[in-house]
Structure formats: structure tokens, C-alpha cells
Design a protein around this ligand. Structure first.
Ligand code: URA
Length: 236
């Protein structure tokens, strides 16, 4: 395994920062300082020290959380806003569990938090095309042509979105409930997609990531995923 990836998987820091630590000569493998970014290790056999301290992978833990609107998906906030980590038990933080991806402050619904770096990468990196399904209440009544535009891809801030899928469309009073599936994570993507067709999002909730559905988990509640549920999430 690549050394920088192992350091990140141990929950020490991000992959990028791990590369910086390696280059800065802060990482030792079996007592030898390694500064090459291409270094690989055998985690079963080799001892890794960062800043003189032995690091080891944590016992894996993955939870699903029904994020309420009003909190931000971050580990800390420079503007003193409440984060998801503030409203989850400290024991999860102690296990190194972190959000895999993000939901806007105003968006609620399914958020996976894990200390498994590979799983977090699969959920968030566009290369894996992990599907995310959102239940959006949008203003007015979007025409089939406009919803078709979203499915093909629209330009937001100079970039085309990847094809999306509209799963269902249902009127709710003067608004419309649209289930949309995307597999990217551009900033405020769903909101900006609906803005391009002139039907702003009034309420947004993520209801599925990969094969895992939010189901009837109440808002603000969380539960640990079993191995089977993690397989469902991965679609394996
Ligand atoms: N798209 C959004 O607009 N917001 C989210 O939180 C997630 C996807």
C-alpha cells in the first residue's frame, strides 16, 4: 500500500497532507526516514511512525446519520456554526469517524460517516460514480423538457454536469416533488441544477447513497452499519 494512503487510512490526516509530511521527513518506516512520495509499505509487517509516534489503522466503524437542516457538514467551523460533529457523541470522534462527503447547511438526510478511508474515497470520488438520490421540493411545475435538460447535463459555473436521472415527479400543492439521482458532488449541485431550469429548490433531502436508503431513520438519529449494510452501500 502507498505510504501516504496508509497514513490517511490510520486517520492521521488527509492523503495530501500525508504526502507533505513524507516530503518533510516526518515519517519513518521500520526506523528509516522515507521522503519519497512513491514509497509503499506492507501494513501487516512494517512499523510506521509519524512525528515519532506509531500509527495504526483504527477498528473500522461506519455510521449512517440523518442530518437535520441547520448544521454544517464539517469537523470544525471558522464562523462558529454548529457542525455535524458537534451534535454526534464524542465517542464517534474518538474513533476517528468523519463525514464521507457533505450536505449543505440547509440540506437534510443521509450522511455516511466513517473511519474507513477507502470507503470514504469510494463514496466521494467521482471515479466510482456512487449514486446519490435526492428528494427535492422545487417551486412551480417543471416541464418534461426542462427535466430532460437536467438528465442530459446542464452548465453550472462553466462546467457541464454529468447525466442525471429523474426517478419520479409528483405535484405537492403549487410545488413539485422530484426524485433526482446524480453521482457527482459539485458544490450545491442539485440546487444549482434546478436553478438553471428556473425552478429553485425549496427543500432538499438525500434519501440514498449507493445501495443504502435512509429509510425511516428519524432526523438527528444515527446508527452503526453492519458489514452487510456496508456491502449494500457499496453495491457489492
Ligand atoms: N446538492 C445540493 O444542492 N446540496 C446538497 O447538500 C447536496 C447536493
Amino acid at each position: 500500500m502507498r505510504l501516504h494512503k496508509y497514513i490517511a487510512n490510520c486517520g492521521y490526516t488527509s492523503r495530501r497532507r500525508a504526502e507533505l509530511l513524507i516530503q518533510a521527513g516526518r515519517v519513518q518506516v521500520n526506523g528509516k526516514v522515507l521522503t519519497s512520495l512513491g514509497s509503499t509499505i506492507d501494513p501487516e509487517k512494517e512499523v510506521v511512525l509519524v512525528n515519532g509516534e506509531r500509527i495504526q489503522p483504527p477498528t473500522p466503524m461506519t455510521i449512517v446519520f440523518n442530518k437535520p437542516a441547520g448544521v454544517i457538514t464539517s469537523t470544525h467551523d471558522t464562523h462558529d456554526r454548529l457542525t455535524v460533529m458537534d451534535i454526534l457523541p464524542k465517542s464517534l470522534r474518538d474513533r476517528g469517524v468523519l463525514p464521507a462527503g457533505r450536505l449543505d447547511q440547509d440540506t437534510e438526510g443521509l450522511l455516511v460517516l466513517t473511519n474507513d478511508g477507502d470507503l470514504a474515497h469510494e463514496i466521494t470520488h467521482p471515479r466510482y460514480e456512487t449514486e446519490k438520490e435526492y428528494q427535492s421540493i422545487v417551486s412551480g411545475s417543471p416541464s418534461p423538457e426542462n427535466l430532460g435538460r437536467l438528465e442530459k447535463g446542464v452548465r453550472i459555473e462553466g462546467e457541464m454536469t454529468a447525466p442525471a436521472r429523474i426517478e419520479s415527479v409528483e405535484p405537492v400543492g403549487s410545488a413539485t416533488r422530484v426524485h433526482i439521482v446524480i453521482h457527482e458532488g459539485k458544490k450545491r449541485q442539485v440546487r444549482r441544477m434546478f436553478e438553471t431550469i428556473g425552478h429553485p429548490v425549496l427543500q432538499l433531502k438525500r434519501v440514498r447513497v449507493g445501495g443504502l436508503r435512509l429509510g425511516d431513520l428519524p432526523t438527528g438519529e444515527w446508527c452503526e452499519l453492519t458489514k452487510g449494510e456496508i456491502s449494500t452501500l457499496r453495491g457489492t
